[in-house]
Design a binder for this molecule. Structure first.
Ligand code: TPP
Ligand code: MG
Length: 354
């Protein structure tokens, strides 16, 4: 896997440069220096990714205990993507994604208690306990969901880019979707309009190699997703989505491209989900060894942990303290989500479009 990722990245660098040349302006970027993180950045990335990991593990347990109903799609394995992109974003940037959304909400700074209480359908949940896992929003953090219809968020994300442009600010729209969603027709209508109107949208394709039980190789004629915008002259690049530093460096470049008024940009994040598609997926379509190999060799959190220790940016004890702090936040969220009351029946018809 390491070899294939390296090859893919090299090929992508060439493909990306070609796309950029076609687009006229994009510059090659990166290099070893772009990958260096300061001690503060490594620690911040570690803490944020760990919060998502522990939160998702707890959600999985609570689902198993029957405390969470309906669908629940975990983000475990993909943490470096949203954390790296958030590190490159600024206040006011809009975020929108699909149903695998808890990590995005946490990375946007939404309250873990509110997210967890929404999962359990309690009144203190971010959608008052009436939306559940796939339907949470925050005006304050400019997080626009949480969408269960595959690909629907892509055209909405283009709309968020339009809103920023119309208002004359330099905020960008961070629009996330999966490798499966990338085959939806509305994605290409959105690409076309975004480029035509030079909308500040970063289309972030989280290629976790599966769409439900279907491997990318079985579903996609063009598996280099960074090239999906070529016929619209949208530049793109493939990124090692398991390395938070690579994600941040690529996102820095894409964000600048958009803020400078050059229009949209595509980032294909090469990542992997460790759990099944949703909690009800026994994941028979791949081997346990495949999952274990990625965990052992590419885990995004372990990579940072190893670097922190090696550079002596932190001791084992420091990391244990961070872990304990994260566990306490998650335990508090779970406690709240277990004991907060359900919404009052009188709320049944409020905030609902009928
Ligand atoms: C329009 C539509 N078609 C099909 C589905 C069923 N469905 C839900 S998730 C999914 C797979 C999407 O995979 P991908 O975009 O790769 O995202 P991932 O789950 O891997 O994060 C499908 C087909 C749906 N929700 N909406
Ligand atoms: Mg996928």
């Amino acid at each position: 896997m390491a070899a294939s990722r390296t090859t893919a990245r090299t090929a992508a660098a060439k493909g990306g440069a070609k796309a950029a040349a076609k687009a006229g302006k994009a510059q090659a970027h990166g290099g070893a220096n772009a990958l260096q993180f300061s001690r503060e950045q490594e620690l911040a990335a570690y803490q944020s990714m760990l919060l998502i990991r522990r939160f998702e593990e707890k959600s999985g347990q609570m689902y198993g205990m029957g405390l969470i109903g309906g669908f629940c799609h975990l983000y475990i394995g993909q943490e470096a993507v949203v954390v790296g992109v958030q590190m490159a974003s600024k206040e006011g940037d809009a975020v929108i994604t699909g149903y695998r959304d808890h990590g995005h909400m946490l990375a946007c700074g939404m309250d873990p208690k509110g997210v967890m209480a929404e999962l359990t359908g309690r009144r203190g949940g971010l959608s008052k306990g009436k939306g559940g896992s796939m339907h949470m929003f925050s005006k304050e953090k400019r997080f626009y969901g949480g969408h269960g219809i595959v690909g629907a968020q892509v055209s909405l994300g283009a709309g968020l880019g339009f809103a920023n442009k119309y208002r004359g600010n330099d905020n960008v729209s961070l629009t996330y979707f999966g490798d499966g969603a990338a085959n939806q027709g509305q994605v290409y209508e959105s690409f076309n309009m975004a480029q035509l109107w030079k909308l500040p949208v970063i289309f972030i394709i989280e290629n976790n190699r599966y769409a439900m039980g279907t491997a990318v190789s079985r579903a996609s004629a063009q598996q280099d997703f960074s090239k999906r915008g070529l016929s619209f002259n949208i530049p793109g690049e493939q990124v090692d989505g398991m390395d938070v530093r690579a994600v941040k460096a690529a996102a820095d470049h894409a964000v600048k491209w958009c803020r400078d008024g050059n229009g949209p940009y595509i980032l294909e994040m090469q990542t992997y989900r460790y759990r099944g598609h949703s909690m009800s997926d026994p994941a028979k379509y791949r081997s346990k060894e495949e999952v274990q190999r990625v965990r052992d060799e590419h885990d995004p959190i372990e990579q940072v942990r190893t670097r922190l220790l090696k550079a002596k940016f932190a001791t084992e004890d420091d990391l244990k303290k961070i872990d304990a702090g994260v566990r306490a936040i998650v335990a508090e969220a779970a406690e709240f989500a277990t004991h907060d009351p359900e919404p009052d029946p009188s709320e049944l018809w409020t905030d609902v479009l009928v």
